[in-house]
Design a protein. Structure first.
Lengths: 404, 199
């Protein structure tokens, strides 16, 4: 699938529209001009959510009541118009002018983002890694979302019950009720554990295949290990039995603690580079490459499941990535998926202008670079105003640290 | 200053208390009432009053009724060996529509929800066990909603019921039904009953 055009109004600082090539598209420009906003607009158009904020209404530009994104997609020979209208307390989605529920809207334009925000998957709390896997499982099995949401509801209810029980003079009065909630927790928890573990196995297969890490970045071999909280407590392959056993064993402890202590909401994912934890031992560059390899593995699973490529966004491609790794990454993607890249470095735009459509972003407008491979029309006034950003990051290009 | 004359504002405010009625709908209803002829509005007032005066809850099954015991409980044609447990009286209507079920009912008037402060004592559970002491019941069908609260309620009841020796079953609700029996049609409900399983 590809996005051929997007038009934004009331969306952050964006102005006007942009038309795109089927391959590599590069947005470059100074900071705060709106490069990332264009990527975000594409993401919101496809996924109806943002990758930068949990509240998509924060994308409404200052002084506007709502924001509107309109896009045109092409799958094979089928064209579609997509539209997302976000207001303070509502979100309306349209396909070919007809209002659709989110469940029917999603899937028309699947967008994956590789961004620095995502570095929290490597460096952040376990919940960030759980969310990363969950997103992947959901993309394979949408019903998993329902399982997660029910699990979270049960945990909330159980926590409230345990809090009440822990304050009671006769906590044993609550045991029957806690067990009633545990019954569901076991089924839902096992579905979550198994779903995540299967997905991590699939990621590992892709990562092992062709020794991806070495092939792309000429460096580390990345592996994953799903780390269940119940590991070492019994036969993890029979998770629901083990979970049931542990819950029964620790009923009193949970009641005394006043909140739930057991379940896959306490699990984690280990990300290993050459068998060492990349969060602890990897350089910044190794960490970003590891993340990109995970992202690419997710894309590869998506592509083999749906026999179609999603749209890729790479925000701030030069951050923590040296020239060699950027080249390796873009070569890997080239010809496989429509890709949108943002960068503040003119040199990158210049280097790829023969292979890409290049857009100079200035005060929210994306202006087609005449020198770029698509050979689009070029408004001449922008040509001159661009001159002074040209030099900004270029000299730095040579000095960017390579990873040791 | 009020948007409308005080009596109109008052009516809108009262209508807004009704579940699922927002400001706009309340306004629309209020203006409908305002324009309707007197006989029609009096019928509405009368219906509301009648419901409040005559409707009581059945002392056996807690269903809403105008006679006690209710028409299900006092009907000799119904199978007294089976009791089907639902959360709300309107769930019972959904089951009745299938014309499959011929047993008795028990209405809990809610489901377990610690977050909303609803524990076993807030539900009509005690008089279910009183019924089981005096009546010869062979099967209890748990037809609480298929959402997390309904499931927890079913699990809780089955824990208490099973030691009493009767068959305890749960209706089989698939995911597509959603989370509330209210939205299940007759066909789905028929299947849910037919495929009920022991828990
Ligand atoms: Zn009755």
């Amino acid at each position: 699938m590809i996005l051929t055009r997007i038009e934004a109004s009331g969306f952050r600082n964006l102005e006007g529209f942009s038309e795109f090539g089927a391959g590599l598209n590069i947005f470059y420009g100074d900071n705060a001009q709106g490069k990332t906003n264009w990527l975000e607009a594409i993401y919101v158009l496809g996924n109806t959510k943002s990758f930068r904020t949990s509240q998509v209404r924060e994308c409404i530009s200052f002084g506007a009541n709502e924001c509107l994104l309109r896009g045109e997609t092409l799958r094979g020979t089928v064209e579609k118009q997509l539209q997302v209208l976000v207001a303070e307390s509502s979100k309306e989605l349209y396909v070919n002018g007809k209002r659709e529920a989110v469940i029917r809207y999603i899937g028309n334009l699947d967008v994956f983002v590789f961004s620095l925000e995502e570095m929290s998957v490597i460096r952040g709390e376990p919940k960030e890694r759980r969310r990363f896997i969950d997103r992947g499982v959901v993309s394979q099995t949408p019903a998993f979302l329902n399982t997660l949401s029910r699990y979270n509801q049960v945990i909330k209810q159980k926590n409230r019950l345990l809090a009440e029980a822990s304050k009671s003079n006769s906590p044993e009065r609550f045991y029957n009720q806690v067990e009633a909630w545990n019954e569901q927790l076991i089924d839902l928890g096992a579905a979550i554990h198994d779903g995540r573990r299967d997905y991590v196995e699939r990621l590992n297969l892709v990562l092992d295949e062709n020794d991806h890490g070495r092939a792309i970045f000429g460096a580390e071999r990345i592996n994953l290990r799903y780390k269940s909280q119940l590991e070492g407590k019994g036969d993890i392959d029979r998770y629901s039995e083990l979970f049931r056993e542990r819950l029964a064993l620790r009923l009193r402890t949970e009641v005394a603690a006043g909140h739930s202590l057991l379940g896959p909401h306490r699990d984690d994912l280990e990300i290993l580079a050459d068998n060492r934890e990349v969060a602890r031992y990897g350089s910044a560059g190794q960490q970003r490459s590891a993340l990109l390899l995970l992202d690419l593995a997710q894309v590869s699973i998506y592509t083999s499941t749906y026999e179609e490529s999603p749209v890729l966004l790479i925000d701030d491609i030069d951050a923590e990535l040296d020239r060699g790794r950027i080249e390796a990454l873009l070569s890997e993607i080239e010809g496989q998926a429509q890709t949108f890249v943002s960068t503040s470095r003119r040199a990158i735009a210049d280097r790829y202008k023969d292979r890409a459509s290049v857009y100079w972003v200035d005060r929210g407008r994306a202006i087609v670079d005449s020198g770029s491979g698509k050979g689009n029309i070029e408004p001449s006034e922008s040509e001159r105003s661009r001159e002074h950003t040209r030099s900004a990051g270029d000299e730095l290009e040579q000095e960017i640290l390579s990873d040791g | 200053m009020l948007d409308y004359a005080e009596p109109v504002t008052k009516l809108i405010d009262e209508l807004k208390r009704l579940p699922g009625v927002g400001h706009k709908s309340a306004q629309r209803l209020a203006f409908y009432i305002l324009r309707a002829d007197r006989a029609e509005t009096e019928r509405l007032v009368e219906a509301i009053n009648e419901v409040k005066e005559k409707i009581i809850s059945c002392s056996v099954c807690n269903n809403i009724t105008d006679v006690d015991p209710c028409r299900y409980c006092s009907n000799p044609a119904r199978d007294r060996r089976i009791i089907l447990v639902v959360e709300e009286p309107y769930n019972l209507v959904t089951i009745e529509k299938t014309r499959e079920y011929k047993g008795l009912y028990h209405v809990l008037h809610g489901a377990l929800s610690p977050i909303r402060g609803i524990g076993p004592d807030e539900l009509k559970i005690k008089n279910l066990f009183e019924r089981l002491r005096v009546e010869e019941v062979e099967e209890i069908i748990l037809a609480t909603n298929p959402n997390t609260e309904g499931e927890a309620t079913a699990n809780y009841l089955s824990k208490l019921l099973k030691p009493l020796g009767m068959r305890v079953t749960r209706i089989a609700m698939g995911v597509p039904v959603g989370s509330d029996l209210e939205y299940a049609d007759e066909v789905t409900m028929h299947k849910a009953l037919a495929n009920r399983h022991e828990i």
